[in-house]
Design a protein around this ligand. Structure first.
Ligand SMILES: *[C@@H]1O[C@H](CO)[C@@H](O)[C@H](O)[C@H]1NC(C)=O
Ligand SMILES: *[C@@H]1O[C@H](CO)[C@@H](O)[C@H](O)[C@H]1NC(C)=O
Ligand SMILES: *[C@@H]1O[C@H](CO)[C@@H](O)[C@H](O)[C@H]1NC(C)=O
Ligand SMILES: *[C@@H]1O[C@H](CO)[C@@H](O)[C@H](O)[C@H]1NC(C)=O
Ligand SMILES: *[C@@H]1O[C@H](CO)[C@@H](O)[C@H](O)[C@H]1NC(C)=O
Ligand SMILES: *[C@@H]1O[C@H](CO)[C@@H](O)[C@H](O)[C@H]1NC(C)=O
Length: 639
């Protein structure tokens, strides 16, 4: 029994990759669905307070304020005949025989909405935020079944870019799966079926370029080999890319297809080991405005359903696509390299010569394999599966950009993670949902500093810069390593970095690269700081437990007696480091101090003075100590 408690203690104390802080958020702005919504799509315009949520036969237009959420519900039912036909066909699940809104996107200032419509997808336009009308007078649009899947459990991706809509449809049943341009004034294009092997899409991103003509779109997906043997990995993670200037081939070759499609294999695993994560579930990209630098975060799982995140350099991917050999092609290229972004009418010839088109048609895969930064998955906690991720890029006080990733989990928690070149640092964990279902979807607004998080029961909005949570000392502010927050020297407060902050003024301090608060210059003060001991009278022959609240899970907590000749470990740790009558702990008389060591400094958290008095009863003990001790004791007694 005792050894079990100890094991658990060491597991928690030494897990450096645990969140440093844990917060329980009680009253953020939140919206509750009337019924569980197991599939939700989201659309959010940066800088606005409105979130569009596509759900079952309903579009919710949610407007968030600091006081609450205003909602507008737009019914989007499918007709009864479609539902009856769907049920008769015995679709994947009868429950999916309804209109699930899978796509809400704004293209050329027009809202395109598409839904599953009980197995026969349909699209509408959302007008004045209130009415769904038929799609009309907007140029060309592909068949709705190329934009929305027929059932909500099948994943599709849609991305507006440059006045067009790009859609990726996962393979299902008899459908091969495709990447298409589905809406807009440019020519509607598609992938050739042989280019993709049962793709399951995970994300898409625009890769900007200083030259508009060189702009690309990356699609992220897993391919599934149905005929793989049981002992073989059936999944392969892939990146596919096309150019936004692509206008298709010539009549005889690739007439309706991309002429710039290329794909690459991505690996996520530790070096060349067998431990590879091949099933790419979701992907997000952070890029600078007009630059090909940036980072791709992929959420992968393995055959046992364990999830990890791998990070990739966009520069390296771009390099691979522009220089790698093509699989199965060994001749040299004539003129332009196949697949590079060139306008069809350009004097350079475009891709219209048959030979270049033929290379792309038959050899779209590059030989180079894309490996993650640091060759291994990010070092993240493993006790909960990651279900969704978004990322943000933050301009820090040192005028450099830092990546922050937000990971939603199976148990409805949210991790805020700083990713620097050297490492990941888990800033905090938020528990915020009334119901502990998995995080299904998220949207981030970097401009306004908001994060929207959705589960089947509710949608909440959190501020990304929540600096007052870190406490009111410089050390606590710096050790948080939150790139959104800095210590204001003048006001002596941990504050959000204001927009347009002038770096040269030096008004704010931060240290994101290492957990080191020496910039605060508080070392001497920390050594001196003492708390005034709370008095506890110990009744004769009673066991007593002293609780010390754990704030930083990266600190080491220890108890010291009197003048610290000897120190004692926590008997039990979690949200409290509890000192109890274990081994040779003389828990009878004297002053016991709880010390937290982090960043090379030992800080006193709480202290108790024990007095031995046989006549007093346990009741008086409770009133002296307050609820924290009782809580800790109750937890202990349950074990
Ligand atoms: C949208 O609003 C405009 C101006 O208020 C109005 O003229 C138009 O009829 C509305 N459209 C629909 C479809 O309700
Ligand atoms: C799928 O797996 C089978 C069995 O290993 C293999 O023969 C086949 O080539 C694979 N297909 C592809 C497209 O890799
Ligand atoms: C190619 O077409 C674009 C727009 O379609 C036009 O702006 C450009 O001048 C054309 N270039 C040539 C060389 O014809
Ligand atoms: C920033 O502050 C410095 C001096 O404190 C000043 O010279 C400089 O013009 C300021 N820069 C901006 C962009 O305001
Ligand atoms: C005191 O503790 C001892 C050993 O734990 C036990 O035998 C004894 O009965 C206890 N006395 C009282 C008064 O509880
Ligand atoms: C923190 O940084 C200071 C100055 O760079 C250095 O002297 C000190 O050793 C560092 N502390 C730790 C714990 O690394």
């Amino acid at each position: 029994m005792k050894s079990a408690i100890l094991l658990c203690l060491f597991a928690t104390v030494f897990a450096g990759k645990s969140p440093r802080l844990k917060f329980v958020v009680h009253e953020p702005s939140r919206f509750h669905f009337n019924k569980p919504e197991n599939y939700i799509s989201m659309y959010h315009d940066e800088g606005s307070d409105t979130l569009y949520v596509g759900a079952q036969a309903m579009i919710y237009v949610l407007t968030f304020t600091d006081r609450g959420v205003r909602d507008l519900q737009i019914p989007a039912a499918s007709d009864q005949t479609a539902i009856d036909t769907c049920k008769a066909k015995a679709a994947p699940l009868e429950l999916e025989c309804d209109n699930f809104i899978t796509v809400i996107q704004k293209v050329n200032d027009k809202f395109i909405v598409c839904g599953t419509n009980a197995g026969s997808p349909r699209c509408w336009m959302l007008v004045n935020d209130t009415v769904l009308t038929d799609v009309q007078g907007v140029g060309q649009i592909a068949s709705p079944s190329d934009i929305s899947p027929p059932y909500p459990s099948q994943k599709s991706i849609s991305l507006p870019a440059d006045g067009s809509l790009y859609s990726a449809m996962s393979s299902v049943g008899g459908h091969a799966g495709s990447i298409r341009r589905t809406f807009g004034s440019q020519k509607l294009l598609k992938t050739e079926n042989v280019w993709l092997l049962n793709p399951q899409f995970a994300g898409a991103a625009i890769i900007p370029s200083p030259l508009k003509d060189k702009e690309e779109i990356y699609f992220f997906f897993s391919e599934f080999n149905k005929t793989a043997r049981v002992d073989e990995e059936p999944y392969r993670a892939r990146i596919g890319r096309v150019c936004t200037v692509d206008e298709g081939g010539v009549k005889a070759l690739l007439a309706e297809s991309w002429t710039t499609f290329m794909k690459a294999r991505m690996m996520c695993g530790a070096g060349n080991t067998q431990q590879q994560y091949n099933n790419l579930k979701q992907a997000v990209v952070l890029t600078a405005q007009d630059n090909r630098a940036g980072v791709l975060y992929g959420l992968f799982s393995n055959a046992w359903g364990r999830t990890v995140i791998c990070a990739y350099s966009i520069k390296e991917i771009d390099q691979a696509f522009s220089t790698s050999k093509l699989k199965g092609y060994s001749s040299s290229f004539m003129g332009n390299r196949p697949g590079m972004c060139v306008r069809k009418n350009s004097t350079a010839g475009g891709h219209n010569d048959m030979r270049t088109l033929g290379v792309i048609r038959y050899h779209p895969e590059i030989e180079n394999v894309i490996l993650p930064v640091g060759v291994a998955p990010l070092d993240l906690p493993t006790d909960d599966q990651i279900t969704h991720t978004v990322a943000d890029i933050v301009l820090a006080v040192n005028d450099e950009h830092y990546s922050v990733i937000y990971l939603g989990t199976e148990q409805g928690k949210l991790l805020k993670v700083l990713h620097t070149n050297e490492e990941v640092f888990i800033i905090s964990q938020y528990s915020m949902f009334h119901n502990k279902g998995p995080v299904l979807n998220m949207a981030i607004d970097s401009q306004k500093g908001h994060l929207y998080v959705g589960t089947a029961m509710e949608v909440q909005r959190l501020p990304v810069a929540d600096c007052s949570r870190y406490g009111d000392t410089c050390r606590e502010c710096i050790l948080s390593r939150d790139p959104y927050c800095g210590w204001d020297r003048a006001r002596r407060k941990c504050i959000a970095i204001p927009p347009g902050y002038n770096v040269t003024t030096g008004a704010l301090i931060q240290n994101l690269d290492y957990s080191n608060s020496s910039v605060c210059g508080e070392a001497a003060a920390l050594k001196q700081r003492r708390t005034s001991p709370k008095e506890v009278v110990v009744p004769y022959n009673t066991s007593i437990f002293l609780p010390c609240p754990v704030r930083s899970f990266h600190a080491t907590y220890r108890w010291e007696k009197d003048n610290c000749i000897k120190n004692y470990p926590c008997l039990f740790s979690g949200d409290f480091c509890v000192l109890g009558p274990l081994m040779d702990t003389p828990l009878k008389e004297g002053v016991f101090r709880c010390m937290a060591t982090e960043d090379g400094f030992k800080v006193e958290v709480i202290s108790f003075r024990l007095l031995n008095d046989g006549r007093l009863l346990a009741a008086s003990l409770a009133s002296t100590l307050g609820p924290s001790l009782l809580l800790a004791m109750a937890t202990l007694w349950l074990h």
